[in-house]
Design a protein around this ligand. Structure first.
Ligand code: ZN
Length: 67
C-alpha cells in the first residue's frame, strides 16, 4: 500500500497466510469484518486461520514461539 508516495509497511501481510495442521499452505487469517485489518483473536489471544482446502478453522499462538 502506498500513501503520499511513501511505502507503508503492513505487518499483516506477513501473517496473512499460515500452513494448516493438515499441511495445506494457504490457510487465511481471519480478520474483523468491520475493519478488515485487525485479526480476530480467540479467548487466549491466538490468531485464527481458515483453511479453504479442508474447511477448518484453527488457532495460532502469536506468543508461543519455540526455538
Ligand atoms: Zn487444510
Amino acid at each position: 500500500m502506498r500513501e503520499n508516495g511513501h511505502y507503508v509497511k503492513r505487518p499483516l501481510q506477513d501473517i496473512k497466510y499460515h500452513a494448516c495442521p493438515a499441511g495445506h499452505k494457504r490457510a487465511i487469517l481471519l480478520v474483523d469484518l468491520q475493519t478488515d485489518t485487525i485479526p480476530e483473536l480467540d479467548n487466549e489471544g491466538n490468531r485464527q486461520y481458515y483453511c479453504p482446502v479442508c474447511l477448518r478453522i484453527f488457532s495460532v499462538g502469536s506468543s508461543a514461539k519455540r526455538a
